[in-house]
Ligand binder design. Structure first.
Ligand code: ADP
Ligand code: XUL
Length: 516
């Protein structure tokens, strides 16, 4: 079986991997960092930092420019795209792109002598895209929930209560604050389906994995839910692309990519999914049994579900599993964002953060606890940021490092009980998973071994595996080839640590409760 390309348009970067499904090897990988490589957007972490009242937007043109830049630099470095038989991708979830009807015609007739950004800028009916970090739509969530008989109903239909960062409430807000631009919008894409459409040269479907993160899809039916769509905004149903299973082939790649980067005209495009559903595949966790913790900009915890169940407290979500069935997901906004805040406050490198910070402090930090929410949090829902310590005296750098990590993973334990999973192993992924100290704290807090896989980025690899799967590849064989634990990378829990954290969890939950 041939080479496949997996792309990953995440919060901070766009990356690519080419999987050789014959040899089971990754034969090319590269990435573009939005902040470093495209500084003219002034979005150093991939989004506009000047938003107010919880608004967090990114520039969709930056994603297009990144696609040209990445494919161009790969080609220059000698990558042969003509051997790629299928391409799919992963997008940061929930973010939405608002386009005039001309988008469909424009992407069908792209001129390879020009770039994507210049040709498609005029198609945007909204200059910026709200992304998953946006928490500005509390009112709209309440309005949608009230219109369909309460959050219980929203959750029963869509797999999640009405959530600020989910696309439905974001669309509603746009329709309210800018009805004219909303009326001029012909199609609303997710980050995933936007880039998938550009590759395919036509508007393509949203998959059931990413579609479930919109509060608009009926989870059981895999179709737009009439009540939710009508409660969200007038005329919305005509602006939504269709929904489809993740393994849908949308047709050959657009001539733009054939002419410009040397893809084969027979290279198939497969619809994209969200980064968490793609990571589920890339971590070899498509079947129930494995708990995955992803340590990216946000931290997420996810697992394939034996049967769909929802979080009674409303924090967790149920999405479509790209391999069929469902997956659970809990998202913590203060992932790397909070770890970086401590690192920067004390001017530490990652090595010092890991080695000195943790070596100098005992398991349990002598009773010192931190609620590690530097920014407004999603789980639990907190409108304001700022870490809170259980003691008044200012903690040292070392204590702060331990406190942020213990706080993050105790907070995970405090919120994942509804999954009904008692993990016997945890697999970790994402930028921070390379950090042994962080992996050790996870192993100790959960009391189980922590594995790391031998993949450069599980979302991109998962996207490539999805492309191969859609072309008829066997998922179990792909997992055996690409999802093995890296040799020598397993971190065992330290003796006695779990007991310290079992006791600390009770206090942590009390401390959380005190903050309301
Ligand atoms: P995303 O997909 O959300 O853009 P990634 O999974 O690529 O994020 O992770 C990026 C983050 O990983 C960076 O923001 C950084 O904070 C973190 N990171 C990178 N290397 C390390 C390390 N050695 N230790 C801890 N965190 C790290
Ligand atoms: C999941 C979530 C984030 C984004 C960005 O619900 O909001 O994990 O997908 O990675």
């Amino acid at each position: 079986m041939p080479n496949v390309l997996g792309l990953d348009s995440s919060t901070q970067s766009l990356s690519a991997v080419i999987l050789d499904t014959d040899s089971g090897e990754i034969i090319a990988e590269d990435s573009v960092n939005f902040g470093n490589d495209l500084p003219h957007y002034h979005q150093p972490h991939g989004y506009d930092e000047s938003g107010v009242n919880g608004e967090v937007h990114a520039n969709p043109l930056m994603w297009l420019e990144a696609l040209d830049l990445l494919l161009g630099q790969m080609r220059e470095s000698g990558v042969d795209f003509s051997a790629v038989m299928a391409v799919s991708g992963s997008g940061q979830q929930h973010g939405s792109v608002y386009l005039r009807s001309c988008f469909g015609e424009k992407i069908a007739a792209l001129d390879s002598a020009q770039d994507l950004k210049g040709q498609l800028a005029g198609c945007l009916s909204r200059e910026s895209s709200p992304i998953w970090m946006d928490s500005s739509t509390r009112v709209e969530c309440e309005e949608v929930a009230a219109a369909v008989g309460g959050d219980k109903n929203v959750c029963a239909k869509s797999g999640s209560i009405a959530i600020e960062r989910f696309t439905g409430s974001q669309i509603r807000k746009f329709s309210k604050i800018n009805p004219r631009a909303y009326a001029e919008t012909g199609v609303i894409h997710l980050v995933s389906s936007f880039l998938a459409s550009v590759l395919a040269g036509k508007n393509v479907a949203i998959d059931h994995g990413d579609g479930a993160g919109m509060n608009l899809m009926n989870l059981a039916a895999g179709e737009w839910d009439e009540d939710l769509v009508n409660a969200t905004a007038d005329g919305l149903v005509e602006k939504l692309p269709p929904l489809a299973p993740s393994a849908t082939i949308s047709g050959p790649i657009s001539p733009y990519f054939v002419e410009k980067y040397g893809f084969s005209p027979t290279c198939e495009t497969v619809i994209w999914s969200g980064d968490n559903p793609c990571s589920l595949i890339g971590m070899g966790a498509a079947s129930p049994g494995k708990l995955v913790i992803s340590l990216g900009t946000s931290d997420t915890v996810f697992a394939a579900m034996p049967e769909p169940r929802t979080d009674p407290n409303g924090f967790g979500h149920v999405f479509g599993n790209p391999a069929g069935g469902y997956m659970s997901l809990i998202c913590f906004k203060n992932g790397s964002l909070a770890r970086e805040a401590v690192k920067e406050e004390f001017d530490l490198g990652w090595e010092a953060f890991e080695k000195e910070g943790l070596a100098a402090t005992p398991t349990g930090n002598g009773g010192l606890m931190m609620l590690p929410f530097y920014e407004p949090e999603i789980t639990p829902r907190l409108d304001t940021g700022g870490p809170i310590f259980s003691q008044e005296a200012k903690p040292s750098a070392e204590q702060s490092v331990r406190a942020v990590l213990e706080g993050q993973f105790l907070n995970m334990r405090a919120h994942f009980g509804w999954l009904g999973v008692e993990p016997t192993r945890v697999s970790i992924t994402g930028g921070a998973s390379a950090n042994d100290g962080i992996a050790q704290v996870i192993a100790n807090v959960f009391g189980v071994p922590v594995d790391r896989l031998d993949v450069p980025g599980s979302a991109g690899v998962g996207a490539g595996m999805r492309a191969a799967h859609a072309l008829g590849g066997n998922l179990a064989e792909l997992e055996a080839a690409f999802c093995q634990a890296k040799e020598g990378s397993t971190i065992e829990p330290e003796a006695g640590a779990k007991a310290v954290y079992d006791e600390m969890l009770v206090k942590f939950e009390g401390f959380l409760g005190e903050q309301g």
